[in-house]
Design a protein around this ligand. Structure first.
Ligand code: FES
Length: 140
């Protein structure tokens, strides 16, 4: 079996939603200290708390780029409350799997989205349960 699924290869070689939103309503940046990869997510959110646009910049491995691309596709047009529920497991499933040593790359996507939503909440004085944004323990 190939190391990477066709979907991973597709989202790596042709990533969706790459870039930056200058007037973003929420920005999240996360990194993994072990591999040094960095992911930044920009959200544009309307008055109904719907994510109308999302862009990402990832300095990282193929799995990190594919995960960010897939994650942006999964949350675009969705309410913020749904985006915050997006798990790295859902990203992996949507990509038809990732090798076990690459699981942390998908966690980066989940955390970047959460960080961007947290930034949006903070900027707008929206209260939330801090437990929603606690970092995950990753076991590989
Ligand atoms: Fe670090 Fe993929 S190796 S995000």
């Amino acid at each position: 079996m190939a190391l990477y699924s066709e979907k991973v290869m597709d989202h790596f070689t042709n990533p969706r939603n790459v870039g930056k939103i200058d007037d973003a309503d929420g920005v999240g940046e996360v990194g993994n200290a072990k591999c040094g990869d960095i992911m930044k997510i920009y959200l544009k959110i309307d008055e109904n708390q719907i994510i109308t646009d999302v862009k990402f910049n990832t300095f990282g491995c193929a799995s990190a780029i594919a995960s960010s691309s897939m994650a942006t596709c999964l949350i675009k047009g969705k309410p913020v409350s749904e985006a915050i529920e997006l798990s790295n497991k859902a990203v992996i499933e949507a990509l038809d799997g990732l090798p076990p040593v690459k699981i942390h790359c998908s966690v980066l996507a989940e955390e970047a989205i959460k960080a961007a939503v947290k930034d949006y909440y903070d900027r707008n004085g929206i209260s939330y349960d801090p437990a929603m944004f606690e970092e995950k323990d990753i076991h590989e």
